[in-house]
Design a protein around this ligand. Structure first.
Ligand code: ADP
Length: 401
């Protein structure tokens, strides 16, 4: 079966068409600037790139443009739209309503809508993507795969914030966590790769990209994660501040005559690596500047490494030890210096990196020393594949693993 994977943003649409029988990505692309001037699609298939500039007033136009590209006789990947067996949608916030992927019906759409207050930027866009598919491909089933679902197994002691309980009851204020599809995939894949029983293994997953999060996965279930009610919590990220005393928001708002919304926008978009280094939100640029002696870039890098270390230490404590540490996403998969730095000092836990295996490692590999008690692995994440696999399971009635 061919599955279309969609990740709809407020003005963009990322997609992949995956042939599940051959485990092959047939096409991928991006529709940009939906609802704005200069909408265009960049579509890649058969080793060729197709760029079409065409006005897209909404997501329905964007989906139509994507289908036109997929059906292009030369640079497309399909002869007929009917070849698409199902569409898997990445949905940001499932709140407490979804602990697994599910077939989309009116009730599911209502629940995604009900979670808009928790994901105000993404959930409306995700819904638009779903509704556009329903319109343009009325006979094709749609499946929702939630970024939050994997973390729903956390115990209350890990997900509650210490504010009065009524805010949890009335407003659902709690930690939800994100990147769940990635944490689920890499924790499972790491165990398979190492020949370990995932139901009897303690894994710490470090998803380090533009947005970064950590998770403690015990016996296949998430028991804690670093992102919170929104993706702002945790380690410092490209442009997000990560953890801080919430009083900082009030302090800056009062002293700079800013609203809470303005301060939080700053914490989301102007902070983290960018805000501290003043150089860039991109780890490669920060690394280059730090290597050249830029002190604020060195500080930004040190803050990230230190933050990751603290999470690893606390998650090992939470699980009574750790068997596997996984690095994934842009920085985790490519940043060998970061991996070496973060793993140093953990010898007391039985963690020993092998510098030669780590250096230059960019693909699935064990990078711990042979005598390391804890295995350290690099597992490239593949969220699209998980979305496609879940979608296939749901439309064929198989259990999701
Ligand atoms: P997103 O969260 O947008 O999916 P990615 O997982 O693609 O992000 O990660 C992007 C981050 O990965 C950027 O900070 C980028 O600098 C970093 N990255 C990519 N290649 C390297 C590298 N060779 N060394 C260090 N960081 C890298």
């Amino acid at each position: 079966m061919k599955i279309l994977v969609l990740n709809a943003g407020s003005s963009s649409l990322k997609y992949q068409l995956i042939d599940m029988d051959k485990n092959d990505v047939l096409a991928k692309g991006l529709v940009e600037r939906i609802g704005q001037e200069g909408s265009k699609i960049t579509h890649k298939a058969n080793g060729q790139v197709l760029v079409i500039e065409k006005a897209c007033k909404d997501h329905t136009d964007g989906i139509q443009l994507m289908l036109d590209a997929l059906l292009d006789p030369e640079k497309g990947a399909l002869k007929s739209m009917d070849e698409i067996g199902a569409v898997g949608h990445r949905v940001l916030h499932g709140g407490e309503l979804f602990s697994a992927s599910c077939l989309i019906n009116e009730e599911v759409k209502a629940a995604i809508r009900a979670n808009i207050p928790l994901g105000p930027l993404h959930n409306p866009a995700n819904l638009q993507g779903i509704e556009a598919c329903e319109k343009v491909m009325p006979n094709t089933p749609n499946v929702a795969v939630f970024d939050t679902a994997f973390h729903q197994t956390m115990p209350a002691k890990a997900y509650m914030y210490g504010v009065p309980y009524k805010y949890y009851e009335e407003l659902h204020v709690r930690r939800y966590g994100f990147h769940g599809t990635s944490h689920r995939y890499v924790s499972k894949r790491a165990c398979e790769f190492l020949g370990l029983d995932r139901n009897n293994t303690r894994v710490i997953t470090c998803h380090l990209g533009n947005g970064s999060s950590m998770a403690a996965v015990m016996n296949g279930k998430c028991v804690d994660t670093s992102m919170g009610i929104t993706p702002l919590e945790g380690v410092i990220m490209g442009t997000r501040s990560g953890n801080m005393d919430p009083a900082v928001v009030q302090f800056i708002a009062n002293n700079k005559n800013m609203t809470v919304d303005q301060v939080l926008n700053m914490c989301n978009k102007e902070s983290g690596l960018l805000g501290i280094s003043g150089v860039s939100s991109d780890m490669r640029d920060v690394d280059t500047a730090a290597d050249e002696g830029n002190e604020r870039a060195i500080l930004a890098r040190d803050m990230l490494h230190y933050g990751i270390k603290k999470y690893i230490g606390s998650y090992a404590a939470a699980m009574g030890g750790v068997d596997v540490i996984v690095f994934t996403a842009g920085i985790g998969e490519n940043g060998d210096d970061l991996r070496a730095s973060v793993m140093s000092g953990f010898e007391f836990l039985g963690v020993k990196i092998d510098p030669a295996k780590n250096k230059g490692c960019r693909s699935e590999a064990v990078i711990s020393a042979d005598d390391s008690k804890v295995k350290i692995v690099v597992i490239p994440t593949n969220e699209e594949l998980v979305i496609a696999q879940d979608t296939l399971c749901i439309v064929t009635g198989k259990a999701i693993d």
